[in-house]
Design a protein around this ligand. Structure first.
Ligand code: PRX
Length: 634
């Protein structure tokens, strides 16, 4: 097959001569000053891409298109929550971004300063991200579904000069006030931002703090014609941090560069997604997640495409909304998640046939395992290839997938595909670090040094944690661990088999069980808790908490237990946010642990999923596992 050969050749070239390969790809980006070197590998495991080069993400995403095709469509925003829509050409987007940049500058934001964004899916979120990039400031978007304690931890880590937020978001047409959560988070945080820029949507009353809070509307009016030039920054200048969960309760600030990210995204838009300038890209994620950063905001705009941004559920007003938008906006490339498709699969199948979706060339799905029935259903329904792609917040763009931009591909059901160009994907024995080359052997998916452009530079303000967490995880080898189990077949297709750590994946949202445990155990009636991810037909996984009450009397009757369960769930809602709320809180007398006191989360998980818990020779009190079993059947 000619296309398979093209992909194989492309991939081989990227590994045989990475310098020449990435020098070529870097031509997709505008450089104010050319780079001196493709990749500086003098300090492994750190890699500096395109050192000496100077560029700007906003220039690449907006200005160069506003100059070439000012009337070209850049952003369409549709909200089925508040029944509004707004469209922006590249010239109009540039106007908005400059006003936002002028406002941020007036509030004291300069190059290298952090700006934390706590915003719903509104166009101002895109303006703010691009405005930060324009100024050389570092944005840190916190997902709107996170509540005050999560937000406070991120404020303290990012120490932002300014926070940009809004009065409220909306979900399922229910208004969610953001401002009280933000005020509480700032009260909890040790770091106090100097200013808060507030987008008032008129959805919820929001008190202003005198001297700190300022409204966007008057500032925008005042800066309606502001000209704010792009700050040309070094290729290695951080563009943003994005917090993600790991094994500890402390979220990690994944730090991304500027030049490498721009090149990786531009390259992926061409080789993987096959998006062309002037067309429409529709990514259904949220700007609070990495998929939103890369494929709602930067990727499509860098490629000169219109990005379609939607605030609303896939079933609102009905399950045909996304297909209606595909028809109306002539979407050519779409990106979503398996959970969203499973939600749509439960709707009337006629909805999938109501609209003309013939503009669509491919649907990409990522974030969690894609099951075969879901892949088959949507692929047949749309009549386009459905392309699974596997990656992480850390990588910023796909690690495993098929290169649909280079020619037609043949997805293999259940597999996210092969290693993407630039990535040296390895399967390793978790204990010995030995490389597993024979097909069908399960190992830890690791990546060789250096990681390609676009991947994390480090953990924000914590180089040691970057090295320790990612590069020392596999014994005896300095490789990057993805913390995912995988196998590879004889043709090089990978299959992902779940995480090696305590991270769970709920509806494509990555959550740390430790963070949820800390929130639950903060409830005064709870002595101890274990949170595990349990397989779920719709969401992939859900969190289930097993809690030991301080006083057994609190759960003596089913009514009392239900009341305490509701209290614990509310506590998680209030501290972490509803995304992290366990599906169930089950009460037990003791938790299964090893004799050295380590929680046996895997054994609990196995019992929940009706599997054999495996080797229990190290268990301290076998009765505790029986208690878990009993709690489930209750
Ligand atoms: O466990 C893998 C799973 O999601 C994790 C990364 O989540 P996050 O940092 O939120 O980034 C999502 C970017 C798409 C991975 O370590 N994961 C992601 N994609 C897939 C997947 N698991 C199976 N198949 C996928 N396609």
């Amino acid at each position: 097959m000619a296309d398979a050969d093209t992909s194989a050749e492309f991939i081989a070239r990227s590994l045989a001569d990475p310098d020449a390969f990435w020098r070529e790809e870097a031509r997709l980006v505008h450089w104010e000053r050319p780079f001196d070197q493709v990749c500086d590998t003098t300090h492994p495991p750190f890699a500096r891409w395109f050192p000496g080069g100077r560029t700007n993400l906003c220039h690449n995403a907006v200005d160069r298109h506003a100059a070439a095709t000012p009337d070209g469509a850049a952003l369409s925003w549709v909200s089925t929550e508040v029944d509004q829509a707004r469209d922006f050409t590249f010239a109009e987007l540039l106007r908005e971004v400059q006003s936002m940049a002028a406002a941020l500058r007036e509030l004291g934001v300069g190059q290298g300063d952090r700006v934390l964004l706590y915003l719903p899916m509104i166009p101002e979120a895109v303006f703010a991200m691009l405005a930060c990039a324009r100024l050389g400031a570092i944005h840190s978007v916190v997902f709107g579904g996170f509540a005050s304690a999560s937000l406070a931890a991120r404020i303290d880590n990012a120490t932002p000069t300014v926070i940009v937020s809004a009065d409220a978001g909306s979900r399922g047409r229910r208004v969610i006030a953001y401002k009280p959560l933000l005020d509480e988070a700032i009260a909890l945080a040790a770091h106090k931002p100097a200013r808060v820029l507030l987008v008032d949507r008129g959805l919820a009353p929001a008190e202003r703090v005198e001297g700190r809070d300022v409204d966007w509307a008057p500032l925008r009016a005042r800066h309606a014609r502001a000209e704010v030039p792009c700050a040309w920054v070094d290729a290695t200048h951080p563009s943003y941090t994005l917090y993600t969960s790991g094994t500890t309760g402390r979220p990690k600030g994944v730090q991304r560069d500027t030049g490498g990210y721009a090149v990786a995204l531009a390259s992926s838009m061409a080789a993987i997604f096959g998006g062309r300038p002037g067309e429409t890209f529709f990514c259904t994620s949220d700007i609070g997640w990495v998929v939103g950063h890369s494929y709602i905001v930067y990727g499509p705009l860098i490629a000169g495409m219109k990005t379609l941004m939607v605030e609303g559920l896939p079933t609102q007003p009905d399950g045909a909304i996304w297909w209606r938008l595909v028809e109306e906006h002539r979407v050519t490339v779409m990106f979503s998640s398996p959970t969203a498709i499973r939600v749509l699969k439960k709707q009337d199948p006629a909805l999938l046939k109501r609209h003309d979706v013939s503009s669509l060339r491919a649907l990409f799905l990522a974030g969690e395992p894609l099951d075969e029935p879901t892949a088959r259903w949507i692929s047949e329904g749309l009549g386009v290839p459905v392309i699974d792609n596997y990656w992480q917040t850390e990588s910023g763009w796909p690690i495993l997938t098929l290169l649909n931009g280079l020619g037609p591909v043949r997805p293999r059901l259940g597999s996210p595909g092969k290693a993407v160009y630039g990535y040296r994907a390895l399967l390793l024995d978790e204990h010995t670090g030995e490389e597993l080359v024979e097909p069908g052997r399960k190992g830890v998916l690791a990546l060789g040094y250096p990681l390609p452009p676009g991947c994390l530079q480090t953990v924000w303000r914590d180089d040691a944690r970057f090295v320790e967490t990612y590069w020392r995880a596999v014994p005896g080898r300095e490789v990057y661990s993805t913390f995912d189990w995988a196998v590879r077949d004889a043709d090089g297709y990978f299959f992902i088999l779940g995480r090696t750590d305590d991270v769970i994946n709920v509806a494509g949202h990555r959550l740390g069980t430790r963070e949820i445990e800390e929130s639950v155990s903060g409830h005064p009636a709870i002595a101890e808790v274990a949170v595990v991810g349990v397989a779920d037909a719709l969401k992939g996984q859900v969190a289930v908490a097993f809690a030991v009450p301080r006083d057994a009397a609190r759960v003596a009757t089913p009514e009392l237990a239900a009341a305490l369960e509701a209290e614990v769930m509310k506590r998680v809602d209030d501290t972490l946010g509803a995304v992290a709320r366990p599906a169930r809180v089950r009460f037990v007398a003791a938790l299964p642990k090893t004799r050295s006191g380590k929680l046996l989360r895997r054994a609990i998980q196995a019992v929940c999923e009706g599997r054999d818990p495996g080797d229990l020779t190290t268990i301290d009190d076998p009765g505790a596992l029986a208690g878990v079993r009993e709690a489930i059947s209750r």
